[in-house]
Write a protein that binds this ligand. Structure first.
Ligand code: GCO
Length: 465
């Protein structure tokens, strides 16, 4: 058996992408509510105002998860639903909503995997400077304490931050995501540092106020690489590129800038050297706070780039062959990344690995038979999961979360990209389990044994990537 018998087969979503009910029951605005109002900010002019209305479809959605046989559901909490002003008064209706979701999941034996922060800072806190304000660390601590007290009797798994690379890289440093600040490099380093401190404080707070022994992780992303061949040189080249070169050239997208401090208590030396004079001088106590023991290495992994050892002993990217497969969103399809990344992560950080996100956007459409024959997603998943299975034979891999459980609001791309195992017809809020959802149910039921034997599905699948 490739996957352990208690392997966590899951699927993921995020609050702003699925909940809707953006102005219901006392929820305060988040930075995304405000950002979506800016003309041109979101491709189709949409927002998460209604999204999938999971707020009103909890039972139906959890029933679909149960039908799929999900062992775990990863979702995030909307901070401004719980604390409309970010700090201070708690909105009981927000707590009630998550209690209901958690209870429904538990009733179906689905493990809730709670992400504290998936990009939706309360707008009230953004107006005080957001992550640029050093107080943001304490704001996050206060929010985490409320979460621990309210939910940790039933929730065992927590993730602090989702992809800080994106909300700092695209939202602070850049303008593509909320709040779209376009700040200076020094400010971006500062905001990033506060986020890392908030992560550390959240871990401490969860451990202190948790009502049971909790399993805590973090879900960053990064620019990933894999070796062109199995040679020692190419493997080394892939690691050099990912762990060193990328942190030097693109710190905000690198893995090591965001994960080394969390696991080692220090920023990567070579990158620090590169950005000398721009990175503020951070005191040692900050680094100690950031570095709290974690129970697993969570990582969102979609794709990577192939690397080989150059003639001068320096790593180089290998060119993509013509016609290389890409998703609807134009991301490369590189299944090898789920073979190599768990090994690289385990080797560097020494903790069991959880793939906290992986999946494909596809141009899904409903066939005349009323079904969604998303053969392309099955082909993608089959290849990726086969590679994950090979990795799981070599290093500890605890779980896999498909992004996404259902189609949803894809940030600045609006509703144009469909990532779900469940199709959502937004005007009617009707859900249709896609072929990939039925296929994933088989994967879960057989604990991965059916991967590689999907003829039954490929026969009836139309490929519309
Ligand atoms: C991310 C986020 C998700 C996205 C998904 C597809 O990884 O960017 O966690 O919210 O929707 O990744 O782009």
């Amino acid at each position: 058996m490739k996957f352990k018998s208690d392997f966590l087969w899951g699927a993921a979503t995020a609050a702003y992408q699925v909940e809707g009910a953006a102005h219901a029951d006392g929820r305060g605005d988040s930075v995304w509510d405000v950002f979506c109002e800016k003309k041109g900010a979101v491709l189709d002019g949409s927002s998460g105002e209604n999204a999938c209305m999971q707020y009103e479809h909890v039972e139906e959605d959890v029933a679909l998860m149960a039908q799929m046989g999900l062992k775990a559901y990863r979702f995030s909490l909307s901070w401004s639903r719980i604390l409309p002003e970010g700090t201070g008064e708690v909105n009981q209706k927000g707590i009630d909503y998550y209690n209901h979701l958690i209870d429904c999941l538990k009733a179906h034996n689905i493990e809730p995997f709670v992400t504290l922060y998936h990009w939706d800072l309360p707008q009230a806190l953004q107006e005080k400077g957001g992550w640029l304000n050093p107080d943001s660390v304490q704001w996050f601590g206060e929010y985490t304490k409320i979460v621990a007290e309210a939910f940790s009797d039933r929730v065992k798994y927590f993730i602090t931050f989702n992809e800080p690379q994106c909300f700092i890289g695209l939202g602070y440093y850049g303008t593509v995501h909320a709040p779209g600040l376009n700040c200076s490099p020094r400010e971006a380093f500062l905001a990033a540092h506060h986020v890392l401190m908030a992560h550390g404080l959240a871990v401490k707070t969860l451990r202190k106020y948790g009502k049971q022994e909790l399993l805590i992780g973090y879900a960053p992303t990064g620019r990933f690489t894999y070796p062109k061949t199995n040679s020692k040189e190419d493997i080394q080249a892939a690691k050099d590129m990912m762990f060193h070169e990328i942190a030097i050239t693109e710190w905000e997208w690198s893995m090591t800038w965001w994960s080394d401090p969390v696991f080692f208590g220090k920023y990567p030396e070579d990158a620090l050297e590169q950005y000398k004079g721009i990175v503020p001088d951070f005191p040692e106590e900050d680094m100690e706070l950031i570095c709290q023991p974690l129970d697993f290495v969570g990582q969102n992994i979609y794709d990577g780039r192939m690397v080989e050892m150059g003639k001068d002993g320096k790593p180089v990217f290998s060119p993509e062959p013509l016609g290389f497969a890409h998703t609807h969103m134009k991301s490369p399809v590189t299944p090898e990344i789920l073979y190599w990344m768990p090994q690289f992560l385990y080797e560097r950080y020494g903790k069991p690995v959880v793939v906290t996100e992986n999946g494909i956007s596809n141009g899904d459409l409903v066939s005349l038979d009323g079904k969604v024959h998303d053969g392309c997603r099955i082909a993608y998943l089959e290849r990726y999961l086969q590679k994950l299975g090979e990795a799981a034979e070599l290093v500890p891999v605890m779980g896999y979360f498909h992004w996404s459980f259902m189609d949803n609001f894809e940030w600045a791309c609006g509703y144009q990209e469909r990532f779900g195992l469940v199709y959502v017809d937004y005007p009617t809020q009707k859900r249709i389990m896609k072929d990939s959802g039925y296929w994933y149910a088989d994967v879960i039921r057989t604990n991965g044994e059916c991967i590689g034997n999907s003829d039954e599905y490929s026969d009836r699948c139309m490929i519309i990537c």
